[in-house]
Design a protein around this ligand. Structure first.
Ligand code: SF4
Length: 331
């Protein structure tokens, strides 16, 4: 579609009506919406909000993370402070003991998080580390009333089954960016390997959590590619991170998207993924600033709270307060 000839009000209204009726947005419609002029932006955000209300209601999905093994990763993801290929000052430590993971899960529950996600750096844990972690998660599952997520890198069938038996219900493995931009972000593994892990965990019955990072130098069309790939895979949960450039990483000097561009992206992701949980995640504080609450009325219905893997977040009470004031219910 030629952006100069698009009637934006009609386009937004017809796409919304179709999605609310159970249909899907077309690729060329999503491309046209990338050029939504400012005077129609509120209309687009409001449409995404109504679609969120229809398909996801007001229940909020909050997730608290523990970085259970940090740094020394052999992969070279250009955004990541934990890669051993970059000269960063991130914390480096081995797998945390079970008591620390249990204490973090209890703290997550007390803070109001609905889910607790255990994350480890690197491609995969050793057999010994994996078994230790499974035992830790079994204990958390037995003692803390919170949904368990895990993000442990590449996954095979056998390990996925062990994690499921330990009580883990959701597995996170972000695709990070589009297939054709992936080689600019990582050269030590392929995009298709990431897709394989998402498929593996879905085949084993996990709720799949997979999203990406915007602001890594990708084009808006490549962001759409990512969203349509996630929709084709049928993932349940889509974290949208916005790059928080870390000193020492190759992306440190990358220009950052403006808040209105981020809100537009969140809204278009909602149109492409009407039934998914869409979480605003890492980098929201730095890149959205005062616009964070608006993201919750532009299609998002979840957040990561309490900080990220190598950077802190803002005060949890402030976040929970914002979520309630935006009209959500925290379970
Ligand atoms: S994103 Fe994950 S795989 Fe990539 S460098 Fe960081 S810890 Fe390693």
């Amino acid at each position: 579609m030629n952006p100069e000839k698009v009637h934006y009000a009609k386009l937004i209204d017809s796409v919304e009506e179709r999605i609310l009726g159970g249909g899907a947005i077309l690729r060329d419609e999503a491309e046209a919406l990338l050029s939504t002029p400012d005077e129609f932006l509120q209309r687009l955000l409001a449409a995404a909000d109504r679609i969120r209300i229809r398909f996801k209601g007001t229940k909020f999905d909050s997730c608290s993370l523990i970085n259970a093994r940090s740094g020394r990763c052999g992969e070279d993801c250009a955004f990541c402070a934990q890669s051993a290929h970059h000269g960063t000052d991130c914390d480096v430590y081995a797998l945390k003991p079970g008591e620390e993971i249990l204490a973090a899960a209890r703290a997550a529950k007390e803070s109001g998080a609905a889910r607790f996600c255990t994350v480890t750096s690197g491609g995969a844990l050793s057999a010994r580390e994996f078994e230790d972690l499974v035992k830790s998660l079994e204990k958390v599952h037995a003692e803390v009333d919170i949904e368990l997520d895990a993000s442990l890198g590449f996954m095979d069938d056998e390990r996925a089954e062990r994690l499921a038996s330990a009580g883990v219900t959701r597995y996170n493995h972000n695709l990070e960016t589009s297939k054709d931009y992936y080689s600019k972000i990582c050269t030590t593994h392929r995009f298709d390997q990431r897709v394989d892990t998402v498929r593996t965990v879905m085949n084993k019955g996990f709720s799949a959590c997979s999203g990406g990072i915007m602001g890594m130098g990708e084009t808006p069309l490549q962001r759409l590619d990512l969203a349509f790939t996630l929709a084709e895979l049928g993932v349940d949960c889509v974290p949208i991170n916005i790059l928080n450039p870390r000193p020492g990483t190759p992306l440190y000097n990358t220009a950052q998207p403006e808040p209105l561009e981020i809100l537009k992206t969140v809204a278009i992701f909602r149109l492409i993924l009407p039934k998914a949980t869409i979480k605003i995640a890492g980098g929201r504080e730095r890149n959205l600033g005062d616009f964070q609450a608006m993201a919750l009325r532009s299609g998002a219905n979840g957040m990561i709270i309490g900080g990220y893997l190598t950077t802190g977040g803002r005060c949890v009470e402030e976040d929970i307060n914002m979520v309630r004031k935006a009209g959500f219910v925290i379970s």
